[in-house]
Write a protein that binds this ligand. Sequence first.
Ligand SMILES: *[C@@H]1O[C@H](CO)[C@@H](O)[C@H](O)[C@H]1NC(C)=O
Ligand SMILES: *[C@@H]1O[C@H](CO)[C@@H](O)[C@H](O)[C@H]1NC(C)=O
Ligand SMILES: *[C@@H]1O[C@H](CO)[C@@H](O)[C@H](O)[C@H]1NC(C)=O
Length: 327
Amino acid sequence: MAPLSLLVVLFLSACGLARDVPDNVRELYDKIRKQGQCKDELATGFWSTDDGSNTFSYCGDRLQEYNIVYIQGTGGNLTNMDIDCDGAQGGPSDDGRCGSSTDTQSITSFQSTVKSYDRNISDLNANIHPYVVFGNEGTKRGWKTFDPESVGIEPLSIMAVVCGDKLIYGVWGDTNGDDGDHPLVGEASISLATACYGSEVSGNVGYDNNDVLFIAFPGRDAVPGAQGANWSATSYDDFEKSIEGQGDKLIARIDDDDSGAMSNGLSTSVFSSGTAAILQAPADGVVGAAEGFAASLVAQGGAAVIPTTTAEAELASYLGDDEAHVI
Ligand SMILES: *[C@@H]1O[C@H](CO)[C@@H](O)[C@H](O)[C@H]1NC(C)=O
Ligand SMILES: *[C@@H]1O[C@H](CO)[C@@H](O)[C@H](O)[C@H]1NC(C)=O
Ligand SMILES: *[C@@H]1O[C@H](CO)[C@@H](O)[C@H](O)[C@H]1NC(C)=O
């Protein structure tokens, strides 16, 4: 049997590749799909595939709540994942799968910033850096565009991608141009796509289902900068490990306090931390005290449990109607 320390190391290194989708992100993913389509479109009219429809949007529904932006279609669709091989070519991580790409460009959108990091790389390398192609540019007549910087998303900031049953962190490393027939969305570097779907993907074979969630995080705190990531890594694993910690902090923006929310709209998390406090809460006659108290518990978080006691059920019923209550 391997010594414990070795097992721990093996476990940690396996985690570096990809991870299960955490509950809060899974919850968000399910809610977005269930909602069907975006209500607050930052920009719309994009295509996931050239033979599909122009029904895909950059969605701002959770910009206020979580400070995130994502891509969404209609009818419960998210977007697909096409494969990008742009940027620095070759290197030890290049296994030849980019060779089939017919639209590879020699530079990525933020090449000059990458260079300015002075980390001994000339540009992002799709075989190493898990980057997302996000935002649309173009000057063709009627071409739909979206500049992520218009909502505070910074170049080379960390993004989170839910693909299959995995969560992968990447960086915003390239933008969609107007070289094709339609303004497309849903594309990532081959290293990111491989972490999602394995080596079936290649320069011209992507992932076709519209069930991939691309999440961007506005703000400086999403930018690793020159020293915050291993830009000179020679493998996807080494780069990915270097951005995981910051990625984990960013997804914490996605609050799962209402995971397991009940039909009355009250989070079950209230009950786990709150029962004793509810019973002790001052019955001082403040109208709306029950609601206010529950809201503060929701803000504090807590594990989800189902209400079992009378006090819990009572509070739940108070919050299920439109009246103010006193506890
Ligand atoms: C979106 O999903 C529905 C099923 O919910 C499907 O019938 C439809 O073709 C999809 N639309 C696009 C543009 O992918
Ligand atoms: C810079 O990268 C090149 C390969 O592109 C490598 O041969 C060289 O050793 C690197 N220099 C440093 C200082 O890491
Ligand atoms: C960065 O990546 C390189 C090559 O992949 C690796 O040798 C080095 O240890 C990594 N640096 C850090 C600080 O993890």
